[in-house]
Design a binder for this molecule. Structure first.
Ligand code: C2E
Ligand code: MG
Ligand code: MG
Ligand code: MG
Length: 280
C-alpha cells in the first residue's frame, strides 16, 4: 500500500495507478451515452453446418464505433459495461435489436436463420433474461427458434443454482442455449450434465491448436465426444484453416464458426449472405 509507506512514496504511486486506469475511466464515461448517440451496432457472424458448409445460424456480436478512437473491441468495453452497471441496458438493447433485425429480414422475404445473443454474467445476475426474451419476441412477432442464447462456462459455474432454474424457464419457452467458451473454465462432466443445454461451443484456444506443431486436436476431439454423450450439439469457434475444419469434421463436430467461413459483418452484409444462402 502506497499510503502505509509514507507520504513520499504515495506521491509516486498515485500517478501510476491513475495513469493505468484513466483511459478506461474515460472510455467508461463515453460508453454511458454510446447507445443514445447511435455508436453501438450488432454485427453477425455466420455459423455453418459441418457436413455441408451451408449457413445454419449466426452469432450477434456488439460493436462500438467511438467518435475519436474508432472501433473499440467488446473484449475491452463489455467488462467496462459490467463494472459500471451499463451492461443491463446494453444487453437488453442487444436482444431487442437482434429481434428487430430478424423481423426486418423476414419482412424482406429473406431466409432467416437462428441468431445467438451473448449474455454476460452481470446481466444474467441482474435481469430476468427469460422475461426480456419473451418481451422482445412478442414485440417483433418472432418464433422462439429464431433467437438463441450463449452463456459462458464461467457464468454457469458461478451461478449454478440460479442458472439451472433460468435454463429450465428458457427450455419451456423453446429457447436454445449454448455454453460458450467451453474448456476455459473448470466444469466437470457430471456438473455440466445438470444444466439443460442444447449446444456447446469449443473455445477458440482449442481450435487454434489443431495443426500446430507440438500441439494436437486431442482436447477438441475429446470435448466433441463428451458433448455428444450429453446429447449436445457441438460448435467449433475460431475455425480459420482448412486443416482445422477437416480435423474437426472427421471427429464429428456439428457446426463451424470462424474466419474461414465468414467474419462478423454489419446487418446489411449479413442480409446479402442470407439472400445468397437461398441459391446453394
Ligand atoms: P465470443 O462470444 O466467444 O465470440 C466469439 C469471438 O471470436 C468474437 O470476437 C469473434 O469475432 C471472434 N472470432 C470468430 N471467429 C474467429 C476466427 O476465426 N479467428 C479469430 N481470431 N477470432 C474469431 P469479438 O466480436 O471481438 O467478441 C469478443 C467477446 O466479446 C465475445 O466472445 C463475447 O464474450 C463478448 N461479446 C461480444 N458481443 C457481445 C454482446 O452483445 N453481449 C455480451 N454480453 N458479450 C459480447
Ligand atoms: Mg459467444
Ligand atoms: Mg465463444
Ligand atoms: Mg470466445
Amino acid at each position: 500500500r502506497a499510503k502505509d509507506e509514507g507520504r513520499n512514496t504515495a506521491r509516486f504511486y498515485a500517478p501510476d495507478i491513475n495513469r493505468a486506469s484513466l483511459g478506461e475511466l474515460l472510455l467508461e464515461n463515453d460508453l454511458r451515452g454510446a447507445l443514445e448517440r447511435g455508436e453501438l451496432s450488432m454485427h453477425y457472424q455466420p455459423k455453418v453446418d459441418a457436413a455441408t458448409s451451408r449457413l445454419i445460424g449466426a452469432e450477434a456480436l456488439m460493436r462500438w464505433q467511438h467518435p475519436e478512437h474508432g472501433p473499440i473491441s467488446p473484449v475491452r468495453f463489455i467488462p467496462l459495461a459490467e463494472e459500471s452497471g451499463l451492461i443491463g441496458g446494453l444487453g437488453q438493447w442487444a436482444i431487442h435489436d437482434v429481434c428487430r433485425q430478424q423481423r426486418a429480414w423476414l419482412d424482406a422475404g429473406l431466409p432467416v436463420v437462428p441468431v445467438a445473443v451473448n449474455i454476460s454474467a452481470h446481466q444474467f445476475a441482474q435481469q430476468d433474461v427469460p422475461k426480456l426474451v419473451a418481451e422482445a419476441l412478442a414485440r417483433h412477432r418472432l418464433a422462439p427458434d429464431l433467437l438463441t442464447l450463449e452463456l459462458t462456462e464461467s457464468l454457469l459455474m458461478r451461478n449454478a443454482g440460479r442458472a439451472v432454474e433460468v435454463l429450465h424457464e428458457l427450455r419451456a419457452m423453446q429457447i436454445d442455449v449454448a455454453i460458450d467458451d467451453f474448456g476455459t473454465g473448470y466444469s466437470s462432466l457430471s456438473y455440466l450434465n445438470q444444466f439443460p443445454l442444447q449446444a456447446l461451443k469449443i473455445d477458440r484456444a482449442f481450435v487454434c491448436e489443431i495443426g500446430e506443431e507440438g500441439a494436437s486436436g486431442k482436447l477438441a476431439s475429446a470435448m466433441i465426444a463428451m458433448a455428444h454423450q450429453l446429447d449436445l450439439s457441438v460448435i467449433a469457434e475460431g475455425v480459420e484453416t482448412e486443416a482445422q475444419r477437416d480435423y474437426l469434421r472427421a471427429h464429428g463436430c456439428d457446426q463451424f464458426q470462424g474466419f474461414l467461413f465468414g467474419r462478423p459483418q454489419a446487418a446489411e452484409a449479413m442480409g446479402a449472405v442470407l439472400a445468397a444462402s437461398r441459391q446453394t
